[in-house]
Design a protein around this ligand. Structure first.
Ligand code: F0G
Length: 454
């Protein structure tokens, strides 16, 4: 099928254009940490696909008509109806963003000493489990470990390992992340979802989705899984939601909203506990810490995101960038997903040992060469350090995530990104490694300061 993005720009934002000298100065001032860079010094921002999507005229019209009543606002009912229609859950709570939804749900189902099992917990998800004194256990499938494998569902959970841990009697919840952001943005098959849910139920354990990218997972199921080719993205997403006991989702991704999340539940008792917690910590049950305009943007966004023309064009955009990167000599985690490409920096920069952080080095080089911002997912983020901030245990892979904001950049922008990548790949040995100058103990990747190690 030939595709084109089924929208056009009607309002645009200017992109800063900087010189190499300005970028060198800005990065040094930022302690070589892209999280410290002012956005005014960035040309192409691929740091995240969260809250960065372009809103539609339909969303903005709805936002203009938002009802800011404290209790029972019309915006809430539009939000609730859109999500009930999509998920089938009788209990829908708005929350300001995904991590708050996680905190509220997990504190209603987990206790100290219990285990949360996932294909891969996203980092805030893991933190919210651990803050409750529970254990976050990732059980990705075996194919996940082979970056080049073309297996279609490398986001799946390992069902045998799941069954073994369920028999321990300590599991408090099973949480399936679709698509698996921490695991290379790979999708989870419907067969895997159904089997995991069945196992959890057989052991009396609640099973939830972290459904931040529910539409993109549905699209990849349609493309890759037997028996789904003729279904619509909405039908597949509805089926996924129906297989489990409830979901949390950041709506800053597939809700195409600057802010927002929801908790959806089938169980009235868990819903009641969540509601009490929500009112005490986030906001009343009909706004949950969200502005009314974002309730309305979400109500439209969750419909727009399921348009098959939009999803086809977005998937093609990611696949094309993956192809161009490969042609230019940069391998990515295969097969390409949709919301991000994960560059194999370890392979591109073999002259840099893990202790010199090749992923971080590639991310810095993308900024210095092209004003492009993205984020390391390697030993800087996942490795362990000693008290002198030297790397002790490296991460299994040295990756860089290039997240693709929804409806924001055009092919022209991505061609430019591929050209910069190609330029770097022509002389990779020129890319210097980095050492840590200062790293806080918690959430270090947001706050650390680095320097080139020449
Ligand atoms: N779950 C997943 C799978 C996520 O990717 C994120 C956020 C969250 C939960 C938390 O949601 O940001 O609304 O609080 N991911 C962003 C990212 C930050 O860049 O991947 P949030």
């Amino acid at each position: 099928m030939r595709t084109f993005p089924p929208y056009r720009a009607q309002v645009v934002a200017e992109i800063p254009v900087t010189t190499r000298a300005e970028r060198e100065e800005a990065l040094a001032e930022a302690g070589y940490n892209a999280f410290n860079l002012p956005a005014s010094k960035i040309s192409i921002d691929l740091l995240t696909d969260s809250g960065t999507g372009a809103v539609s005229t339909t969303q903005e019209a709805a936002a203009a008509g938002a009802d800011r009543s404290y209790a029972g606002s019309a915006s809430f009912y539009r939000f609730r109806d859109a999500l009930t229609d999509l998920t089938g859950y009788p209990h829908i709570l708005p929350v300001h963003q995904g991590r708050a939804a996680e905190r509220v749900l997990f504190s209603s189902v987990l206790e100290p000493g219990r285990i949360s099992v996932s294909n891969t917990h996203f980092d805030t998800t893991r933190a919210n489990v651990e803050l409750l004194g529970a254990e976050a256990l990732d059980l990705p499938c075996a194919e996940f470990g082979d970056l080049d494998s073309l297996e279609p569902f490398k986001g799946n959970i390992d069902l045998d390992a799941l069954e073994r841990v369920l028999t321990s009697g300590r599991v408090g919840q099973v949480l399936l992340t679709i698509t698996n952001n921490g695991g290379g943005g790979q999708p989870v098959s419907m067969a895997n979802l159904a089997a995991a849910a069945k196992l959890a139920r057989a052991h009396g354990v609640p099973v939830f989705l972290d459904a931040a990218r529910f539409a993109e997972n549905a699209w990849l199921v349609i493309q890759r899984e037997e028996g789904y080719r003729d279904k619509t993205p909405r039908e597949v997403a509805q089926e996924a939601f129906s297989l489990v006991d409830g979901s949390v989702a950041s709506l800053k991704k597939d809700g195409i909203s600057p802010m927002g999340a929801f908790i959806g539940l089938t169980d009235p008792e868990i819903a009641q506990r969540c509601e009490t917690n929500l009112i005490a910590t986030e906001g009343f049950r009909t706004y949950g810490g969200l502005g009314a305009h974002d309730l309305d943007r979400v109500a439209k966004g969750v419909q727009e995101v399921l348009d098959p023309h939009y999803l086809a064009a977005r998937a093609d955009e990611a696949a094309r960038l993956a192809q161009l990167a490969g042609d230019g000599g940069v391998d990515i985690v295969q097969p390409p997903g949709i919301h991000a490409l994960y560059l194999n920096a370890g392979r591109l920069l073999p002259h840099l040992p893990a202790a010199r952080f090749p992923g971080h080095a590639l991310a810095c080089e993308l900024y210095l060469e092209g004003g492009i911002r993205c984020v390391e997912l390697g030993s800087l983020y996942l490795g362990t350090l000693d008290e002198h901030n030297e790397l002790v245990t490296p991460a299994p892979f040295e990756l860089v995530r290039m997240a693709l904001p929804r409806r924001v950049y055009t092919q022209g922008h991505y061609d430019y990104v591929a050209e910069i990548l190609g330029d770097i790949a022509k002389n990779p040995e020129r890319v210097p490694g980095y050492r840590i100058i200062d790293a806080p103990k918690i959430l270090r990747h947001f706050n650390l300061r680095m320097a080139p190690a020449r």
